[in-house]
Design a binder for this molecule. Sequence first.
Ligand code: FPP
Length: 258
Amino acid sequence: MDTLEQKISQIDKNRVPVHVAMIMDGNGRWAKKRGLGRSEGHSEGVATVHRVTQFSSDLGIKYLTLYAFSTENWNRPQTEVDTLMYLIGWAIERELPELLRNNVRIHLLGDIERIPEEPRKRLFYARDATAACTGLNLNMCLSYSSRWEITEAARRLASRVAEGSLSPSDIDEKMISDNLTTAGIPDPDLLIRTGGEERISNYLLWQIAYSELYFTDVLWPDFTNEEYADAIIDFQKRERRFGKTSEQVTNTTTTSQI
Ligand code: FPP
């Protein structure tokens, strides 16, 4: 079994993914296995968020996008929703000094107005406080779903067409991308889902058109930097073709689509 250092030495530092997206699944099962409440699984999950943020930053990854709370998660029992909201607000406040030290910039993606006022204030504070940071961009998806953001984009463009400032024939893929919450962010190179399920769960559906997918059975609180390094090593072995032939891309060295 390789140590973390041995795994890190296998990573080609010139070809790390520019953008890694993660679906952090398995907190509830992690807690249940230990006879604990689901909230304790989420608390432990925050420690993994801390680890993956630091590791991404150390590797020079430019964007890390985390699915922290989906539109559908509002349908969970109210006590769990309350705990998650509290945890997210508390964690962001606690982590802020270290995020600033590590030059990490926070972005909030999703229907943030639905987040209760107290955690929302902490999130806005952290986002604004890190606005000048130029290292890792940490995108926190909160009250987010792909279908929600695509619907919002469609509404926005349709109203411009209705008022006469946009012609339907001018709508192209870039315009749609520019109207999603991820506007200006390159598409993910690698999407990692922990927790054993192999599905996308309404996450970044437009943006992951050419992302490499990596599924692991490891539950989110148990997701270590060793496992994260494994995912990146696996990613670097893949040939990304973006619809072209293998021969066409053989000499391409970039990890990003653009
Ligand atoms: C899915 O596991 C996880 C969530 C719905 C929440 C993830 C949130 C965190 C890890 C905290 C985030 C904090 C910050 C600061 C970003 P699950 O509950 O569905 O697990 P299960 O499938 O085992 O039930």
